[in-house]
Design a protein around this ligand. Structure first.
Ligand code: PLP
Length: 391
């Protein structure tokens, strides 16, 4: 099987599984217990926090371990339930883990404003000031979109919000979902100046169940429990997942330049191959057909490419590729792939319907190879195009 769906979840790094396994076998007592073994594990958790803080350029006490990025995002969004309904601005390209909880706020009287985006999927910064109202309390802007691969200008946005906040009594909280950005671009929380951010271990080779919430300052969570993670995320700590998350985060950050180079080589070949295929069938690169822009890491993730092969619907394409030995996804595979969810972001990007219905996401990881890309291109030419022409 050729796995080209790393943005949904990465193939697990055996070394990271080993780190988790050793932890589960030797650190299984409750870290909140008063006896020595528990205290020792609590210390290990703190050591992991410090290592991660160093890797992400923040303070250890600004990091909170969670079970998933979905949970990390929800902790931030649902904290607003502590306030009277007000106004929130969001990017229309948010993952479901931000979009859906924001919709829930909306059902409770909150005003959720979607910022306009440009054709590359970035928020139009010049439009932001006019969207901000006296009671605007937050901006949610995903750092790298899991469907289009668009990279948001988080630093510039954060500077804009900081300037606007200077003259405001009611400060705007800036949250960024950095799940797809981790391990694909440099993340320095000391310069990004966001108020909160989320990260997930299973996107970078770690085992599932380990994720991270960065909070510049603590917030009041909507839900409560035993008070672990300073009450921000109650629940007995999953130490094995924490160890695995730390191991994989540091590994991915250390190998970032080498991985970026590799990903860009694969992406370059894929783009070239798709341009050649245009002579033989209908296929589009999204959200732009400009190869220079698509390979520019200021605008797009190096390891992700969105394409469209009309008129075959995305679900049919995904099944066809699967039957030919390639696993990839239509739109966001980390959602349940229902048509409506796939279309939300395609509509925000203003893709014509015919193209939107046939989108696919190709994403690579550290063990992806050029041979896999060649095989994918062959399959499109020899297996997919003939069926697309008959459809
Ligand atoms: N945010 C983005 C951008 C994602 O791609 C995903 C993927 O599922 C998530 C959040 C949710 O992460 P998790 O599976 O850790 O809940």
């Amino acid at each position: 099987m050729i796995y080209l769906d790393w943005a949904a979840t990465s193939l697990i790094d055996p070394a990271s599984v080993e780190v988790a396994t050793v932890s589960y076998l030797t650190e299984s007592q409750n870290p909140s217990a008063l006896y020595q073994s528990g205290q020792k594990i609590a210390k290990r958790i703190q050591e992991n926090r410090s290592k991660l803080a160093q890797a992400l350029c923040c303070q250890p006490d600004q990091l909170y371990f969670c079970g998933s990025a979905t949970e990390a995002n929800n902790i931030v969004v649902t904290s607003f339930f502590n306030l009277q309904p007000a106004s929130i601005i969001t990017s229309p390209l948010e993952h479901a883990a931000v979009y859906h909880p924001l919709q829930r706020l909306k059902q409770h009287g909150w005003k959720i404003i979607e910022a306009p985006i440009n054709s590359l999927g970035q928020i139009k910064r010049e439009a932001l000031p006019s969207l901000i109202e006296e009671n605007t309390v937050a901006l949610f802007a995903i750092a790298a979109c899991n469907e289009t691969g668009s990279i948001e200008a988080i630093k510039e946005l954060s500077m804009l919000i900081a300037t606007i906040n200077q003259n405001r009594k009611r400060k705007i909280h800036f949250h960024s979902d950095m799940v797809q950005a981790l391990g694909k671009e440099k993340i320095d929380l000391s310069t990004l100046k966001v108020d909160s951010a989320s990260f997930s271990g299973h996107k970078i080779g770690a085992i599932r169940g380990g994720a991270l919430l960065y909070l510049k300052k603590p917030l009041i969570p909507f839900y409560d429990g035993g008070g672990q993670e300073k009450g921000i995320r109650s629940g007995t700590e999953n130490v094995g997942a924490i160890e695995s998350l730390t191991f994989s985060t540091i590994k991915m950050i250390d190998s970032l330049p080498a991985n970026q180079d590799r990903y860009l080589q694969l992406k370059k070949r894929l783009i070239e191959g798709i341009f050649d295929l245009k002579q033989k069938g209908e296929i589009y690169l999204l959200p732009t057909e400009d190869p220079t822009l698509l390979q520019n890491q200021q605008y797009f993730l190096p390891n992700l490419l969105q394409i469209s092969i009309p008129p075959l619907p995305s679900e049919v394409l995904v099944r066809l590729f699967d039957s030919k030995g390639v696993e990839l996804s239509g739109g966001s595979a980390c959602s349940n792939n229902s048509k409506k969810k796939v279309m939300r972001i395609a509509q925000a990007m203003k893709y014509p319907d015919r193209i939107a219905k046939s989108t696919l996401r190709i994403s690579f990881g550290p063990s992806s190879t050029i041979q896999e890309i060649e095989a994918l291109l062959q399959i499109i030419e020899n297996e997919i195009f003939p069926l697309a022409k008959k459809f």
